[in-house]
Design a protein. Structure first.
Length: 228
């Protein structure tokens, strides 16, 4: 892992804080428990916030959606470049199993929640348990840093004929098959060039991008990227 540290909101569940402190000690990760105005956890590289995480149990999430508090939290998290909402459990499985009957929320409330997630570019992360969540936070931060560094490599290796706009990342995206300037800007507003290419090369790429970024990608483009 890249040398990272974590800031923990002192209002978080005390047992969870203790478990995370033990995790950090075992991994040699620096931590501090401080008041955080937004988010429960911040993964740091020096003074730079790499990723922000809001943690919810399933019951917390449902209550927050019903009360409308979740929407204000998502709005506040937009100040971070890489905000994440972590759910302990699977929202889809929870709804499908019928467990929500004990604390129901309407389809309109759920749709509003998903819309807010997309608007504020907050990514949904599901964890089976707390130890998995702790690992995921640092793994996600490492991938963000890796993508940033990969994009820098793309910039250095970009052929001169593609350097048209003065924005090298935009030019790299425009160099992909069938991607124009307007479309490239839309993609770059949601993900890095490296992340875009990696997602396109994965299974169910079109559905994944639609669900996580609320963007429709032509299947033809995905097929062309997979050939790169």
């Amino acid at each position: 892992m890249t040398l990272l540290s974590i800031k923990i909101d002192n209002r978080e569940n005390s047992k969870r804080i203790t478990k995370l402190q033990s995790f950090c000690v075992n991994k040699g990760i620096s931590y501090e428990v401080v008041p955080l105005p937004v988010a429960d956890y911040l993964i740091m590289r020096g003074d730079e916030v790499i990723a922000a995480f809001e943690f919810k149990t399933m019951n917390d999430l449902i209550s927050s959606i019903k009360s409308g508090h979740m929407q204000s939290q998502l709005n506040d998290m937009k100040e971070y470049q890489h905000p994440h909402l972590v759910i302990c459990g699977s929202l889809y499985e929870h709804i499908r199993s019928g467990k929500q009957k004990y604390n129901p929320f309407s389809s309109e409330q759920l749709a509003g929640f998903r819309s807010k997630m997309a608007i504020h570019k907050v990514r949904l992360v599901e964890a089976d348990n707390e130890p998995q969540f702790f690992y995921q936070m640092f793994s996600i931060a490492d991938r963000i840093i890796e993508a940033q560094e990969d994009d820098t490599g793309f910039c250095q290796a970009l052929p001169e004929r593609h350097s048209k706009s003065g924005d090298v990342k935009l030019d790299v995206m425009c160099a992909l098959p069938g991607v124009g300037t307007k479309t490239a800007k839309k993609y770059l507003a949601n993900m890095s060039v490296c992340e875009f290419i990696k997602i396109c090369k994965s299974d169910n790429a079109r559905e994944f991008i639609k669900d996580t970024h609320n963007i429709s990608i032509p299947q033809k483009l995905i097929d062309e990227v997979k050939k790169l």
